[in-house]
Ligand binder design. Structure first.
Ligand code: PMT
Length: 223
């Protein structure tokens, strides 16, 4: 029986990749399957929260009993998350959001031509950064998918994005990151505390993350 620590709380979880359209048949994306984000959404639900799951395109079935908002692009994810932000107590940004999108999106299939080709890219909006700026009394949790200098980059994100916790995973480590049923994460909290977790299933990781979020919510209620 899961503890019911999130009764009365609204938790927004983002999951999966985004797709940035090139033309009607092509897009830029990444390897996120949504497993980590869906596990977090399920755990928050089990603990009694009202859960809004903002999901990019994934193969996973929509979990029962929570509000699922399906989006494709980083822009759509930005709009969906911002819509629920003011009513959220907790936001967990597990989604692998594209940092760049094609500057031009064609409404017809681009035909191949002789020689090389290139696509000009422009930055998408940084959702986590915007949430950090607008934060009032939400607990804001970001992820960091790194392949090197994990601790340094995670700590930088913690302050640059005004987050309360960053969940860092070295996506090059065996059993961690994209697509697997397991993960290896380190939790970096604003207080300076660091918690290194060993390899465990994504649902077990989700339990530990939600556990830490419960402490952060308690701290906030007491202050
Ligand atoms: O979905 P799975 O297959 O289970 O894989 C899980 C995972 C590897 C995707 C997950 O554990 C993970 O690491 N998610 C974050 C992936 C990511 O995009 O990391 P990042 O370091 O590029 O981004 C840092 C943070 O900024 C993330 O919280 C991200 O949601 C957020 N971000 C990034 C870009 C952007 N434009 N807006 C954002 O809010």
């Amino acid at each position: 029986q899961a503890p019911k620590n999130l009764i009365g709380k609204t938790v927004v979880v983002t999951a999966g990749p985004t797709r940035e359209k090139i033309d009607p048949v092509r897009f830029i994306s990444n390897h996120s399957t949504g497993k980590m984000g869906y596990a977090l959404a399920e755990e928050a639900k089990k603990q009694g929260a009202h859960v809004v799951l903002v999901s990019g395109p994934v193969e996973l079935p929509a979990p029962a009993g929570l509000d699922v908002v399906k989006v494709e692009s980083a822009e759509e994810m930005y709009n969906a998350v911002l819509k629920y932000y003011d009513s959220a107590d907790v936001v967990i940004k597990t989604a692998a959001v594209a940092d760049y999108r094609p500057k031009i999106t064609y409404d017809h299939k681009v035909k191949k031509q002789a020689g090389d080709s290139s696509i000009e890219l422009e930055r998408t909006k940084d959702i986590l950064l915007e949430l950090g700026k607008r934060k009032r009394n939400q607990v804001l949790v970001g992820f960091a998918a790194e392949t090197e200098n994990v601790e340094e980059y995670a700590k930088k994100k913690l302050t640059a994005k005004n987050a309360d916790m960053i969940v860092a995973n070295n996506v090059k480590a065996e059993g961690a990151g994209f697509g697997t049923d397991t993960n290896i994460v380190t939790l970096f909290k604003r207080s300076g505390s660091v918690l290194d977790l060993p390899l465990m299933s994504k649902s077990e990781v989700a339990k530990r993350i939600i556990g830490e979020i419960t402490f952060l919510l308690k701290d906030m209620d007491e202050n």
